[in-house]
Ligand binder design. Structure first.
Ligand code: AMP
Length: 191
């Protein structure tokens, strides 16, 4: 099964991806994690992405799409994968469909984790406190920019997937366990 976890920054996509990975044996593909690893390793990709990430903007579609195209070829993706933080633009969603079609695969479900934006600032502040600010883009000013980017560039991906009839809404304001339980109910219905 191939899943897209969709929602604004701080919606809990990473937490729920970890749980899905554990429970269903799926690969967790977080483009944010991949980019942070590239920055850490000081690769060409990392050097191209760092300043863009720090200001809360999106790295160019062609860069991120080629990273994902390579990653989904890895053996751990055979059973399926969870995309976390990708696609973030309509162009990325279209590129993803092309990549999957050429492999006779597709996206089975897009889980939209809906959260109240006012609560997100509080969540990011909590994550900053817990991680000691290890993410250079975890600050309130950058979060506001990232939310703006989400509204303008990423939210338009939803109508694209709605047209395919594969979007399922999850109330992300519940506890982590409740969100997981709702996700499991949706997945049980499409297995
Ligand atoms: P995330 O950890 O998913 O919040 O991503 C952190 C940052 O990495 C984002 O603010 C973007 O700068 C960059 N990024 C991650 N995924 C993508 C993507 N699919 N397209 C463009 N930029 C991305």
């Amino acid at each position: 099964m191939n899943i897209v976890l969709f929602g604004p920054p701080g919606a809990g996509k990473g937490t729920q991806s970890d749980r899905l990975k554990e429970k269903h044996g799926l690969a967790h593909l977080s483009t944010g994690d991949m980019l942070r690893a590239a920055v850490e390793a000081d690769t060409l990709l990392g050097r191209q992405a760092k300043a863009i990430m720090d200001e809360g903007a999106l790295v160019p579609d062609d860069l991120i799409c080629s990273v994902v195209a390579d990653r989904i070829e890895a053996p751990d993706c055979k059973r399926g994968f969870i995309l976390d933080g990708f696609p973030r633009t309509v162009a990325q969603a279209e590129a993803l469909d092309r990549m999957l079609e050429s492999r006779q695969r597709g996206i089975d479900v897009v889980l939209l984790i809906e959260v109240d934006e006012a609560a997100l600032v509080g969540r990011i502040e909590q994550r900053m406190a817990e991680t000691g600010g290890s993410r250079s883009d975890d600050n309130v000013e950058t979060l506001k920019k990232r939310l703006d980017v989400y509204r303008r560039q990423t939210a338009p991906v939803l109508p694209y997937y709605r047209a395919h009839g594969i979007v399922r809404e999850i109330d992300g304001m519940q506890s982590i366990d409740e969100v997981s339980a709702d996700i499991e109910k949706v997945l049980a219905g499409i297995d």
